[in-house]
Ligand binder design. Structure first.
Ligand SMILES: Cc1cc2nc3c(=O)[nH]c(=O)nc-3n(C[C@H](O)[C@H](O)[C@H](O)COP(=O)(O)OP(=O)(O)OC[C@H]3O[C@@H](n4cnc5c(N)ncnc54)[C@H](O)[C@@H]3O)c2cc1C
Ligand SMILES: Cc1cc2nc3c(=O)[nH]c(=O)nc-3n(C[C@H](O)[C@H](O)[C@H](O)COP(=O)(O)O)c2cc1C
Length: 455
């Protein structure tokens, strides 16, 4: 109806006036577009994309891979390896960064702030320039709003980039607990830059697994109960259709009402014939059990089935360290990730492994003694914090072995740390810093020879 009325009215207008009106409309549209672009001066011009991530447990790394693949960009870089010359040279950058610890940077982004500060100081004093004036970026910050510093590292990075003159073409996007709607929003934003958007995202496969065996590893321990769980695929398809994973990867479980998924380090290799986990049943001081660990250790019956998602955890992979001497350091259920590395390294022909592993009590908590295959030719230093004769922590043992530690690193060793961040992870890092020196530890981290799976 309105359309018919409109066409009739148009027919009544003389053609010249119609052409003039059309011209005015076009000019107005051009003006609008110009004004819009002036209002959005930060939309990046065409050019090479650089995708950068800082990731502790692999989520940001995987999203960076996915973003780079969608844009046809080169493989993403960990933030600490991003050359500042490249950033200063201008272009389009995507930063996908998680927050770890207590509002801190993930391990592979911890050194960026200091590098940027030093670069800015040098550039400003030598040439009086705004160091990153040519860089345009978008930032995706991953976090969890149950932590006090929600997306704190993303915010720090955003501020640091802008202080150095880089300009975002859109506001930083915060993603709470991998919320799918926010992630879709991010990928839809990227779609605007692609001529033929193909925004079908590859979800990680979730497979049903059957609990085949559950062993209580530390009866009588004064710490939390630790169980080894062995799962086999629920659908009996033989070994041929098994999900493939590699040492360092994580298994993720999510059930309704939990609020967020929970990750567990995988202790086995596919060739072991089962997905093995070491799970500590968490109980707080009021006796309240943790949801996931209680479910796995107590509620799930033998032969019961659950869905696991196998998650690649690239920052903790063996990668090209497989044939180096390996120094594996950890405590408690952190043994899981180290066991998998030990098996994979031996299968790859690594000649030397040194496991430094801490638990509580020599009688009740000797997980390494129980789980390492007999006859394994690996050097094992076991320490027990509640050993009446010689109580010790992993970091103390490393300090005592400072000379050997230096020797192993000089011979090309790679260092893997798995277990609790507080206490063990931080303490070990302090000792490594003291014994090897800050510069060498930084070099090792940047070369992928110092990797952590701490939680
Ligand atoms: C990369 C990574 C690898 C990991 N690998 C392992 C591993 O190999 N093995 C392992 O055991 N764990 C591992 N974890 C830890 C694991 O993901 C879980 O965080 C852990 O099992 C606790 O989860 P939960 O659901 O049992 O506890 P939650 O339900 O999350 O509870 C956490 C704590 O709060 C207490 N609590 C319970 N109810 C309440 C309440 N109402 N109010 C306040 N507090 C409460 C619980 O007792 C518990 O101590 C890993 C974590 C990460 C990030
Ligand atoms: C041990 C640990 C500490 C965390 N600390 C924070 C934090 O301080 N602030 C925050 O917003 N998120 C925090 N998170 C949540 C992570 O940022 C979030 O799970 C993110 O998706 C992880 O990405 P990644 O797998 O790339 O490391 C923490 C997660 C873990 C496991």
């Amino acid at each position: 109806m309105a359309f018919e009325y409109f066409s009739a009215a148009l027919e009544a207008v003389p053609p010249l006036r119609l052409a003039a009106a059309g011209g005015v409309l076009l000019a107005w549209a051009a003006l609008c577009r110009h004004a819009w672009r002036r209002g959005h001066p930060l939309l990046p011009a065409a050019g090479e994309w650089t995708v950068v991530y800082a990731s502790q447990t692999g989520t940001a790394a995987a999203l960076a891979e996915e973003s780079a693949a969608l844009l046809g960009a080169p493989p993403p870089l960990p933030l600490d390896l991003l050359p500042l010359e490249r950033l200063a040279g201008g272009g389009r950058f995507l930063f996908i960064v998680a927050t770890a610890g207590e509002g801190e940077a993930p391990d592979n982004g911890r050194r960026f702030g200091a590098r940027l500060d030093a670069w800015c100081a040098a550039t400003r004093s030598s040439a009086g320039q705004v160091p990153l004036a040519a860089a345009r970026y978008a930032l995706l910050a991953l976090g969890d709003d149950r932590y006090p510093g929600f997306c704190a590292f993303g915010e720090q990075l955003d501020l640091a980039l802008q202080a150095a003159g880089a300009r975002p073409w859109q506001a930083m996007l915060r993603v709470n607990r991998s919320d799918e709607a926010s992630l879709q929003h991010w990928f839809a934003g990227l779609g605007a830059f692609i001529a033929a958007p193909q925004l079908t995202r590859q979800a990680l496969a979730t497979t049903a697994w059957r609990l085949q065996q559950r062993d209580h590893l530390n009866p009588g321990s004064s710490g939390g109960e630790v169980y080894r769980l062995c799962f086999v695929p629920a659908a009996d398809g033989g070994g041929s259709n098994w999900p493939i994973w590699q040492s360092g990867d994580l298994a993720r479980i999510e059930l309704p009402g939990w609020g967020a998924p929970r990750d567990y380090s995988i202790a086995s290799l596919p060739t072991d014939g089962s997905l093995q986990l070491l799970v500590r049943r968490q109980v707080d001081r009021h006796g309240r059990p943790g949801l996931a660990s209680n479910f796995l250790c107590s509620e799930l019956p033998l032969n019961g089935c659950v869905d696991w998602q196998i998650r690649p955890h690239a920052p903790f992979h063996l990668a090209d360290n497989a044939q180096r001497p390996l120094l594996l350091i950890g405590n408690g259920v952190g043994l899981a990730g180290l066991l998998a590395h030990l098996k994979a390294a031996r299968a790859a022909g690594s000649a030397e492994q040194w496991l430094v592993y801490g638990e509580r009590c020599p009688q009740a908590d000797d997980h390494a003694g129980r789980l390492l295959p007999a006859g394994e030719g690996v050097r094992i230093d076991r320490v027990f914090s509640r050993c009446p004769q010689a109580p010790a922590y992993v970091q103390q043992r490393l300090r005592e072995a400072a000379g050997e530690l230096q020797d192993w690193v000089a011979r090309g060793a790679a260092i893997y740390v798995c277990g609790s961040r507080r206490g063990m992870g931080d303490g070990v890092e302090q000792v490594l810093r003291n014994v090897l020196g800050e510069a060498l530890l930084t070099q090792l981290a940047q070369a992928g020879r110092y990797r952590r799976d701490v939680f």
